[in-house]
Design a protein around this ligand. Sequence first.
Ligand code: CDP
Ligand code: MG
Length: 139
Amino acid sequence: MTQRTLSIIKPDAVQRNLQGAILKMIQDSGMKIVAMKMLQLSKDEARGFYAVHQDKPFFDSLTDYMSSGPIVVSILEGENCIEKYRDIMGATNPQNAQEGTIRKAYALDIEKNSVHGSDAPDTAEAEMAYFFSRMEMVG
Ligand code: CDP
Ligand code: MG
């Protein structure tokens, strides 16, 4: 099934100039980029994006970090791409990430883990709509 998912290259990765390297890993896997932009979230926008985690102990630190610098947000399209992109990202904690994954290669720690990917079709829809209008989806 062809799906779409939301990808974010997080502030730690953009700050280290890793956008190109990470996008290459995404594109080498065959997924197509159908929307993309660079922006910086406000603290409130980061809180809104991660609202599902608002009761977690890491929420305040996470939203400080996610609003600390520019991010690159994109929509990826491909066969089974929600799960496929999660596989390419690797585990949330880079210490548990498999060789060859983005987080194994680039993540700094469990918070500054370089990339985000939607985890299910319903969250993918909500997350794509959080960042992009229909007009910006060009694929
Ligand atoms: O990003 P992913 O879906 O793999 O993980 P999550 O459980 O949905 O958590 C969202 C984000 O919160 C992670 O990617 C980390 O940046 C951060 N996090 C954290 O700082 N400390 C944790 N113990 C768990 C997650
Ligand atoms: Mg998640």
